[in-house]
Every structure is written in structure tokens, then in C-alpha cells.
Design a binder for this molecule. Sequence first.
Ligand SMILES: [Zn+2]
Length: 228
Amino acid sequence: MLPKNPDVVLVDTTLVVGAPVRLFVAGMGDALSTWFEAEDCKQTGSANMTGRVGSMTAYGLARMCFDTLLADGAAAKAAASQKIVTPEFERIVEANTLLSGLGFESGGLSGAHAIHNGLTALEGTHGYWHGEKVAIGTQSLLMLTKRPREIVNAVYGFCEAIGLPMTLADIGIGDATDDQLLEVAKLACDPADTMGNVPGSVTPKDVVAAIRAADAEGRARKAKQLAA
Ligand SMILES: [Zn+2]
């Protein structure tokens, strides 16, 4: 889409560590989607952001992105809260920028970003960052594509550990009606967006059900948290 690739990707972690922690966590929310969306594209043979099928390198980097988040995300957030650059912090910066960037551009997007894009139609979500809404999109995609329970647990456990949104209330739309979610879902299923890269045929009603299921999972987790 751009005439040439960047000559260099340079990130100064001593600057990044001074940014608000919420932004750093939102970056992990965006990076959380990368592997799932690349996997969907791999499974369906869908195009990446350059219009070509991804390379095995791209899919491998996307997986490395996810593994790094799970391994280092919580420790990196703790380091960011103290404004200390640790090896975990460095690795998450690499995952949030390089691995997620290459993973999505060269692997491709599917339902998490399509749902994010739909969510932006609801005014309540406007005070929330891209990555915070992508986290909800990712959780919804897991439900939509019936990912294995251990993956669902890993993703929610990660979101819980670092404080990413897990419910619609967390992104300002706890009172969303079915009609509003249907509007979100219709936008997400627009042929110009990337929902078509999800395996199987997906209807807006499926998307509403997936968003509701993801929200229910998040609310159940929070209820357990309170009871503990
Ligand atoms: Zn994104």
C-alpha cells in the first residue's frame, strides 16, 4: 500500500516507558488479535494487507507475538507502572510494534478488527483506545470461531492479568441493545471489511451472538474475581 518499506523500525524504550501505562496495555490489546486473525487468513487462504497470501514467516511471527504477550505481558505492565525498562518490557514493545505490525500486515486481518470497526459506530466506545476495543473484538472472534476452551481461558486470563477490557461495560456500552449490536455486526460484516477472512459464512446475527457470549464470559470472570 506504501511505495516502499521503512528503512528502519526504531523504538526507544526509555521514551516508551514514560508513556501512560494504559496506552502500553492497549497496545497489547491490539497485538492480542494478531495471531488469531492471521490464523483465520491462513486457514481460509485469505489475502494479507498487500492482497497476497501470507508467508509462513508471517504466520510464525504472529504466533510469536501471542506467545510473547502471554509470557511477558503481566511483568511488562508491572515494569511500565514503575517506569523501569526490563527485558520483559523490551520484549512486549517488540511484540506490540514489530511482531504485531509484521504479523497483521503480512498475515492478514479477520473478525477482531472487523468487530472493532463496527464498535466505533457506538458513541459510548469513543473514549476507549483502539487496542481496548480490539481486545473485545478478539474475545468475540474466539466465540464466533469456537476456539478451544484452553485458548479462551488463556486469552481471558491474560486480559484479566493486565487489565484489558473483558465486557461491553468496560468499553462504555454496558447497556447496548440488540439493535445497537446488530448495527455493529452489520458494519463488521460489510464486504469491504475483513470478516470475510473468517472461516465459514458469518452472518450479523452470528456476530451479535458472539459479542454477547464474549461479554457473558467476561462478566462471569469478573463476578468470580469479586467473590474471591
Ligand atoms: Zn489494530
